[in-house]
Design a protein around this ligand. Structure first.
Ligand SMILES: Nc1ncnc2c1ncn2[C@@H]1O[C@H](COP(=O)(O)OP(=O)(O)OP(=O)(O)O)[C@@H](O)[C@H]1O
Length: 246
């Protein structure tokens, strides 16, 4: 019997930025229904990794397989399979919240009643319904972030790539985000998210990966790891790297 391929496989991914290696030989896999937290200090390479996974940044080397297919050869797979919340969600200030969702939905091939359902569902899940007719240009930071999240998950992608999704969210919304991520995973989606909040990782992730200076320094399941143990491991890697550099 052949094993099903993981939803996402990164194999020796590398990318230079501003003349320096930002991600070095990064390999990992992610299965359906799993939530992977990506940790690392500022500049560790998290956003660069996620932008490559989302198809927005081409790796200098290595391979990405999405649902068993070569993603670099078939970037169009992203349209159906992938939802991405970038570090700064790009919004059109002159479009309303609902118009953003409609535009994203059409780009994903949704139309008619299916598009309307997806839009209403995303508005409800991100508690954006009262803001549906508001222009994106006048949203607060946290509201912009929720709109970015709504756009990412509107079409129920198999892989959600979330770059610091808790950014700018208030504690109530952070709790709602946790529930949302777990719900997506329970429905079979794979989620990869970056964060600076260690508590976020222990609360919602099944696995954790710690990047340091572009290198994957730790990767494994979180079961049985409490926040204090994760914090110790994180600081060990972060401080060890700095001590070495010094
Ligand atoms: N647009 C860019 N142009 C050039 N270099 C970049 C660019 N974005 C990031 N870099 C560099 O790539 C390296 C990795 O940055 P990246 O943004 O991936 O890190 P990060 O872990 O997401 O950091 P943070 O936690 O601060 O968001 C850093 O050295 C950074 O200076």
């Amino acid at each position: 019997m052949t094993m099903p391929s993981p939803l996402l496989r990164l194999d020796k991914l590398r990318r230079r930025r501003a003349g320096r290696p930002a991600v070095k030989d990064l390999s990992l896999t992610l299965d359906r229904g799993q939530v992977l937290g990506l940790l690392g200090v500022n500049g560790a390479g998290k956003s660069t990794t996620l932008a490559m996974v989302a198809g927005a940044l081409r790796p200098d080397g290595g391979a990405i397989a999405l649902d068993g297919r070569d993603f670099l050869e078939h970037p169009e797979l992203a349209r159906r399979l992938l939802g991405w919340l970038p570090e700064r969600a790009p919004l059109w200030p002159e479009l309303t919240v609902a118009e953003h969702l409609d535009a994203h939905g059409r780009l994903r091939g949704l139309a008619g009643a299916a598009l309307r359902r997806a839009r209403e569902d995303a508005l409800a899940r991100l508690e954006l319904a009262p803001l549906a007719r508001r222009l994106a240009g006048v949203l607060s930071q946290g509201q912009r972030q929720r709109l970015g999240l709504a756009c990412a998950l509107l079409h129920r992608p198999a892989l959600l790539v979330l770059d610091e999704p808790a950014n700018a969210l208030d504690p109530v919304q952070v709790a709602a985000l946790r529930a949302l991520v777990r719900e997506e995973a329970a429905n079979g989606a794979a989620v990869i998210l970056s964060t600076h909040l260690l508590a976020e990782v222990t609360a919602v992730c099944d696995r954790v990966a710690i990047l340091h200076e572009g290198t994957l320094r730790h990767e494994g399941p979180l079961a049985g790891t409490d926040a204090a143990a994760l914090e110790r491991r994180f600081f060990e890697i972060a401080m060890g790297g700095e001590a070495k550099a010094a």
